[in-house]
Ligand binder design. Structure first.
Ligand SMILES: Cc1cc2nc3c(=O)[nH]c(=O)nc-3n(C[C@H](O)[C@H](O)[C@H](O)COP(=O)(O)OP(=O)(O)OC[C@H]3O[C@@H](n4cnc5c(N)ncnc54)[C@H](O)[C@@H]3O)c2cc1C
Length: 409
């Protein structure tokens, strides 16, 4: 039976487009089906939603031809500071500081706004001859047979492919329909996300302050005087804060934010994200693979969610492109097994690591606070260990797929 496309990707958020571009570079015909109408997201104004992209992720974006479109809109992360705080406790002393000068590769990462990243993906997909994007369409059914996979869309259209990849986020329907179970739990925390304008230049410093109720990340945006915040609070508290008018919201934030950056004002829309852990028990099934949040939705404490997804993208693109060169079928079980072996342990370990960090840090228990503060000061005094953490945050450690080193497959 003829195939309409080699690979069908369900989900055109961020990992879906990155994977489509990487696979098209390797010679595949790829169709991306995304439930959201593309123009709505592409035309978004400044709203403060932004990602901390590790060096390795930036290299992948370079390798798939996207970084050139956004490089001048990104803010290099030159320093990361972490500390321990209480609302109203004054500016916190930062006891763990990381400086990009400690590694040769340059800035540890880049802050990039969602609107710029998505617009660049959209332009690149439209320009790539091998990629077809179907926006405003939803995958509702899938049926696997020995020769391929038949995917049905809500509009009634059916498409036949050799492989179906679920990039459809934490509630992945592709995983559900393939019989892949998930484990996970809610954190009882919600992230409040917005953009802040401040008087003083942030100088490329990203900071993370651990409050008893959850971490507050202050992430520098391009231009020096705006930062994006990811502020975690217990669910009920977050709902109450989100319901406040802007001026009162700012009053609650101010004692947590401190005055290191001078006066502050709200500068973007206000979003909330309920925080949970959601891990797929397997990343593959016959003619199916999961990538990004569909495989592992993690706590945003270390800003690693998208970076983890882009690692999946690089690994899966590499095994599929190599399988194609060997003349194997794109849905070959061997290639999919290689992908799962490469990614499952790494991402599950990282997800559970972030889970532990969140538990140890979102507490007022004096013993735990003392233990972790001691641990942080010790790490701060050991340059070798500090460099290790910087390389981890930059995504430079482990068995890296080629695209994460900036090389084509
Ligand atoms: C508060 C917060 C801050 C974060 N900060 C960072 C950070 O600094 N750095 C970082 O690396 N990560 C960060 N993350 C994580 C990052 O946002 C996610 O990991 C990433 O967006 C996941 O992308 P995705 O493409 O896998 O899934 P999603 O972005 O969830 O996209 C899924 C897509 O699939 C589509 N879809 C769903 N079902 C269907 C269907 N049946 N048919 C067709 N389409 C479908 C949806 O419309 C959507 O477009 C943060 C997350 C949160 C909540």
């Amino acid at each position: 039976m003829t195939r309409d496309t080699d690979i069908l990707i369900a989900g055109g958020g961020l990992n879906g487009p990155a994977l489509a571009l990487a696979l098209a570079q390797g010679g595949f015909r790829v169709t991306v089906v995304d439930a959201r109408p593309a123009p709505v997201r592409a035309e978004a104004g400044f709203d403060g939603r932004a990602y901390a992209l590790a060096i390795a992720s930036v290299r992948l974006l370079q390798a798939i031809g996207v970084w050139g479109q956004v490089a001048d809109k990104a803010q290099p992360i030159l320093k990361i500071r972490t500390g321990d705080g209480h609302a109203g406790g004054g500016n916190v002393p930062f006891f763990l500081n990381f400086d990009h000068a400690e590694i040769e590769e340059g800035p540890m990462g880049q802050m990039l706004e969602d609107r710029h990243l998505y617009a660049a993906f959209l332009a690149a997909m439209n320009a790539a001859p091998g990629v077809t994007l179907l926006s405003g369409e939803t995958v509702v059914a899938q049926a696997v047979d020995p020769a391929g996979v038949m995917v049905t869309l809500a509009s009634g259209r059916s498409l036949r492919a050799g492989l179906l990849i679920g990039c459809d986020g934490r509630g992945s329907g592709v995983a559900l329909r393939a019989g892949i179970r998930r484990i996970g739990w809610g954190y009882g925390q919600t992230a409040l996300v917005t953009a802040i304008r401040h008087d003083f230049d942030h100088e490329g410093v990203a900071s993370q302050v651990f409050m008893p109720s959850g971490p507050l990340a202050i992430l520098p945006l391009k231009g020096g005087h705006h930062s994006s915040i990811v502020w975690s609070e217990a669910d009920a508290t977050a709902a109450a804060i989100q319901a406040l008018p802007d001026a009162e919201y700012l009053e609650v934030l101010r004692p947590r934010f401190g005055d290191r950056l001078g006066g502050i004002a709200l500068a973007g829309a206000r979003f909330t994200y309920p925080l949970s852990l959601s891990l797929a028990e397997r990343f593959i099934a016959p003619r199916v693979a999961l990538v990004g949040d569909a495989a592992h939705g993690v706590h945003p404490i270390a800003g690693q969610g998208l970076n983890l997804g882009l690692r999946d993208v690089a690994a899966l693109a590499e095994v599929l492109i190599l399988a194609r060169r060997r003349g194997e079928d794109v849905g070959s079980a061997v290639a999919l097994e290689d992908y799962q072996r490469w990614r499952r342990f790494d991402s599950t370990a990282l997800a559970l690591g972030m889970d532990t960090v969140n538990r140890v840090f979102s507490t007022d228990n004096p013993l735990l606070r003392m233990g972790r503060d001691l641990g942080m000061s010790l790490v701060g005094k050991m340059p070798g260990l500090r460099r290790h953490f910087i390389r981890e945050a930059a995504g430079l450690s482990g068995d890296l797929p080629k695209l994460l080193t900036g090389r084509p497959v």
